[in-house]
Design a protein around this ligand. Sequence first.
Ligand SMILES: [Zn+2]
Length: 430
Amino acid sequence: MKILKIIVSVILFISPVLALNAQITVNQDRLKNRILNLAQFGIQENGETERVAFSDADLAAQKWVIEQLNSMNIENHIDFAGNVIGIRKGTKSNLKPISFGSHIDRVPHGGNYDGCVGSMAALEILQVLNENKVKTKHPLELIIFSNEEGGVMGSRAIAGHLGRSALGVKNSTGFTMGEGVMRLGGDTTRISEVTRKKGDVAAFLELHIEQGGILDKEKLNIGIVEGIVGLKWWNVEFNGFANHAGTTPMNARKDALLAASKFIIAVNDVATSFDGAQVATVGRISAESGAPNVIPGKVTTSLEIRDLSSEVIENVYAAIQKKAEEISAESGVEISFEKLDTTADPAIMDSSIQSEIEKSINSLGLSYKTMPSGAGHDAQDMALIAPTGMIFVPSKDGISHSPKEFTSATDMANGANVLLQTILSLDKKL
Ligand SMILES: [Zn+2]
């Protein structure tokens, strides 16, 4: 009896260890090679890659992804918005898919990792599940979203809020979004058919590089994204009085550029005076008449505010407006704000998915922190229709949207393993 007890307790003791060892993991070298192979599509003579959405390189990369899916016997198609969809069947036909993926289009002069890591990890996960003959209850759906960088086109279409007017917008290839959709194998006349309702997707997960320097600086493996910040844009106009720069005394001027300069400093002061992670930026300025010998009469600047909370954005904006009133009163320059229709609401990531990601990280013995995403992602739109989670891996020195962008193979594999374990645990739980 005593021996039996000892055996039982030994089994109980080692079973979590066995379970840990039984965890399947991604093939790091294969993941890295896929990243390098993908970077060949659009490679230039200087060794850097250009692959803006709708370019020939984008189309070739899309075709290559489809070949990869075919070679793994993963059923696939291009939807009407030009998204690549791959489905690995589940054992229960009534269940909605657990979906995951990212994008392979790039900003002009961008890097090899933004979007590509999540996309190639998604392929690797399907392959490693096939190799290990792992069956899941849910269908697993890979999504490579079309034209992420030019306005999260594919994910907006799936979430049902890609406006018709967006289809007329051109990107740097010279093609409009509508032409681009057709080039990618979609169909603009049927684009609304890709829209999914709440409940059509069991869960959505996106692995992505951080594109900031926090994980790299703090030497952490993984970021659990708590939400994607919302952003609001304004044009700010400063109307002073253009006059002779030689004959107008300093105390008789209404210098719009001087007022704008004080405003720019005030924006920075306000954003840093609040507790929290809100950011506010003036990124563009133009002055009229723009001559060295004329006091600037009219200046236009941009204003952008981002935060996880719409309320914080409004509070920061209100404080900036108050400062603008003070600047206006003392300078005699009129300041007006015009809100632009380029706003994105904050997207909060699903808390139970966040805790599943955390469990996966712990089971792999990795370090992590919970953090907001300051950049927009396809996950932002997917969060409108499905419980969504995002996993960040470090970007070296926080550099992104640059050919210098870099994430190590170990970091990519860590992120892919967290994604894989989270998919498997959600499959059991949902
Ligand atoms: Zn991206």
